[in-house]
Design a protein around this ligand. Structure first.
Ligand code: PMP
Length: 357
């Protein structure tokens, strides 16, 4: 016996690379191509060393209150964390504690199975159909012979990396059919054209809606995410958080986060710009023969009948254009391309035109 027998051995999540190269075009991790609101920068500049001497508020009240105010919720219905990754990890730990498998799509955010493995949670990956759509019946619980018995359900909406959106009635049917488990709508990309499931949290006590500041609020580097749901769910989440690490969010993140929530005009402006660019890029990619499901997120998940996408990925990389390639069976011949600025997308499109010629 050695100490290694007692190690919790896991295969970690692989984050998209963060190369540090001048003039690179970085379209690989769904970051926002624009800077955060000017108020956010001001708040950071104004934060002196004196503030850093002290611990932050463990309840993160200023940020929780700002979000509650923005969405018309009670503060007791909002939970914040260090990016939605932290929030989602807390959710797995808190609510996916049964014996039945937690369900999520086979092609989805590749952190879900990593958390399940880490926490020894049984899970089942439900295949998307050939067009990368979720099949609702698979998620309708097990009681009436349809769907599967499960210990919880989680999926991103729009899904990642496919960009495919489901509508509110799809989510409501799943939530209603599974009253004995928690259903999580991971809305990391919802601001780019989807309808949030947030209104449903007052109708169903088993729904959690998770969002992030990393994409539409241009603050991936700050690490802020949040969950919204029935106050009982939020209380259980806080109980686990305070049993794990009470000072999760640092003072700069709390101050900057509040300003980002208040800068609503700026937020709407950058989201609109990204959506406009996305629609233009969709049309251009189609002209070049690329194929993809309609994306309602800030990325396009594309393939091309005549191209080897692994090779294209490498060729783009040589040009310092970074996109994301996933080395897994059903999606090996796809690239996920984040929507950057118009200038960045033009450089990408020019390269592709030449490459395909
Ligand atoms: N959910 C989905 C579907 C994502 O794609 C991401 C981004 N990697 C996250 C959650 C986590 O984002 P963050 O921790 O930056 O909020």
């Amino acid at each position: 016996m050695s100490w290694e027998d007692k190690v919790r051995k896991v295969v970690p999540y692989t984050p998209g690379e963060q190369p540090d190269r001048k003039n690179m075009i970085k379209l690989n991790t769904n970051e926002c191509p624009y800077t955060p609101a000017p108020q956010v920068e001001r708040a950071l500049k104004e934060m002196g060393g004196e503030q850093l001497r002290l611990y932050p508020d463990p309840s993160c009240a200023v940020l929780v209150d700002a979000l509650a105010d923005y969405y018309g919720l009670k503060s007791s219905e909002v939970f914040v964390g260090v990016g939605s990754d932290d929030v989602l990890a807390m959710i797995f730990m808190t609510f996916f504690n049964g014996k039945e498998p937690v369900l999520f799509p086979d092609i989805t955010y590749s952190f879900y199975d990593v958390w399940a493995e880490l926490l020894k949670i049984p899970y089942e990956q439900i295949p998307l159909d050939d067009d990368f759509h979720m099949v609702k019946e698979d998620y309708l619980g097990g009681k009436d012979g349809k769907g599967r018995r499960n210990g919880g359900i989680i999926f991103p909406n729009p899904n990642a990396p496919t960009g495919v959106l489901v509508d509110l009635s799809f989510i409501e049917d799943i939530v209603r059919a599974n009253p004995d488990v928690i259903v999580v709508a991971d809305e990391a990309y919802i601001d780019f054209g989807g309808e949030s499931a947030l209104p449903l949290i007052h109708k169903y006590d088993n729904l959690l809606v998770v969002q992030t500041f990393s994409k539409s609020r241009a603050m991936a580097g700050m690490r802020i995410g949040y969950a919204m749901g029935n106050e009982k769910l939020i209380k259980y989440l806080n109980d686990v958080k305070f049993s794990f690490n009470s000072y999760t969010m640092n003072r700069p993140a709390l101050a900057a986060g509040v300003e980002a929530v208040r800068a609503d005009d700026y937020f709407k402006e950058i989201v609109k710009k990204i959506v406009t660019t996305r629609e233009r890029v969709k049309a251009e990619l189609k002209k070049l023969g690329f194929e993809f499901q309609d994306s309602m997120s800030n990325f396009i998940f594309a393939t091309h009948p005549k191209l080897d996408m692994t090779k294209l990925f490498e060729e783009l990389r040589k040009e310092d254009i970074y996109v994301r390639h996933f080395n897994s069976d059903r999606i090996r011949n796809y690239l996920r391309i984040t929507i950057g600025t118009d200038e960045e997308m033009d450089i990408l499109l020019e390269f592709l035109k030449d490459y395909i010629k």
